[in-house]
Structure formats: C-alpha cells, structure tokens
Design a protein around this ligand. Sequence first.
Ligand code: 9MR
Length: 328
Amino acid sequence: MINKSLRELAQAKNFYLGAAVLPNLLKKDSKYTETLSSEFNMIGTENCMKWRAIHPDINKYTFDESDGLIDFALKNDMAVRGHTLIYSRKMPEWFNNIKDKKLMEEQLEEHIKTVVGRYRGKIYAWDVINEEIDFEGNHQQSPLFKMLGISHIENAFLWAHKADPDVKLFINEFGIEEINKRSDLTYKMIQDLLQKKVPVHGIGFQMHRALGSDDKWLNKLPDLESMRKNFQRFADLGLEVHITEMDIPIQKAIGSYEEKLIEQGKAYKEILEVALSVKNFKALVVWGVTDLYNWIDFISQTKDAPLLFDREYKKKPAYFAVKKALEE
Ligand code: 9MR
C-alpha cells in the first residue's frame, strides 16, 4: 500500500485537517513550510488576523502577513479558517478606550466589513466570535460587552455575512467540549441567534486538553461520552462542527517521554474517532505544526510536546494515531 500523507487521507474523506500557522516561520524554516503543505489541507490563522495584528490603530490596517498567508494557502490549495473577528478579551487598547457607544459600534462594523470583504471568496470559515464566555460560564465582561451587550454578536454575524455571503460563520470557544455550564450557555446563545435568523453556520471546539492535569490552563482530557452527546446536540442545530485548536500537552503526565507520547497518541485517536462519528464534523485544526513552535511552551514556561510532529519534524505516535483514525 502506498504510504499516504494525512492530507491525502483527509482529502479522500472530504475532510479538512489543518494546522495553525505563524507566517514568519514560512520564511525562515523550509521544513515547516514543507510539512505544512504536504500534510495539511487547511490553515488556521493563529495570530495574524487578530485585531492587534491587523488593525493596530484606529485608522491603520496591517495586512502584509495575512495577505501573504492567504496567498500561500491559495497556491497550495489549502482552505483557511480565519481567526478571529471578535476576541473581546484581546481587543487593542485604542478600541477598549472608545467611550462612545455609537463610535464603538461603527468601528466594529467597519473592521468586520473591511477584513471579511478583503478576503471574500478566499476563506472557508471565520471565527466571528472567539471566547465569549468567561471561566465561570457567563458572558465576558469586556469593555465591548459592557458597552454594546449581546447585540454586537448578532450584528457581527450579519455584517460578516453581508461582506462575504458564502463564508461559513462560527462561534469558537474553549472548554466547551463536554456538556457543562459553559457549553450550555453557548448552545443557548446559538439557539437564540438561529431563532432570530442570524447566520451562524458552525461551532468551533478549541480542544486544548492535557494529559494528567486539570487546572485553568491545562484542562484534563474530555469525557468521551459527554463529548459525543455535546457535539451531536450542536450538530442537530444544523451547525458544521470543527475542532479548531487541538493540542495535548504532556508535561503533567507521569512516565517516560516515550510513554507519554503513546498515551497522547491514544487521546488524539479517541477524540478524533468520537468527533468523526458526528455527521457534521468537517475539520480538525491542530494548534501548530511542530512541537518546535508551540504556545504551551510559552504559557507554561516548560518545554512541552503537544502536537503531531516533534522538534526534529519526526512523526510522533500522535501523528500515526490521527492517521489511523482517518483511515478507518
Ligand atoms: O497561540 C496564540 C499565541 O501565540 C498568542 O500569543 C495568544 C494571544 O493572542 O493567542 C494564542 O492563541 C489562542 C487563540 O487565539 C484562542 N484560543 C486560545 C489560543 C491559545 O491561547
């Protein structure tokens, strides 16, 4: 049997397997570029489309990095998940400092129409809203929410839809993989939006889950039965289902490095299998290409190994586990 890449296996299933990308690495690391384009058929825009990157000042847009990344995706026949139009906790200071309600709303509309319009027809899905819910399961009390309330969410979808009627519009959230207070609120919010005919097309489960740990930043692995039921209830709303930011840190697990990698592979496989059993599940994006560059190292200040390729770009057990799940 010919040894197929993950990309080929995904393609054969009409599925998207993606990785989050930092565009500067495409310039400086040819192995990164080669691995990305040969093993994945989707790109997640890790940082370059966030407000602080793309719209750093009131009248200033910086599109260089995101333009380059979109060109790269088109040249390599890869789909793109645009991330993100609203990330209420990470808005730039200039935006948070707006004191006039009308002006804030105008700025939001202008941003969404400009960014979505620029990439019209080139992006598969947009995370319109990212991390709307706080750790306790309530709406984030960001300056944006305090000023405009829930209406900004409805408007964001309507504006984005107008700017690109074909792009799929998502709500993306962390820690909502299972049935819990936060996924309940997300579900309820989407139900309300759909009832009002707001064009919400998909739900993104981030899937930052860890081996051997359960704290605020490194959530333990999901309960698979609860995850299956939860994915299914969102799919039953007619939504497309994506896993959008998967990584499985191993630093808190017990055992040798090799043992941890095997356990990690098992977790990747089980989670992917459960997700694939839900009909509307169409994409899995891992939050980086290689362990060499991963955000867990940064937030935990510990060298971790959360992804599919190791620091030398060797395929890990997690790689083969994903492969197996895609082959089934
Ligand atoms: O991986 C991203 C990291 O490089 C950034 O510094 C950080 C802040 O913008 O965001 C990280 O990505 C986050 C994503 O945008 C939303 N979900 C959680 C991700 C990890 O923090």
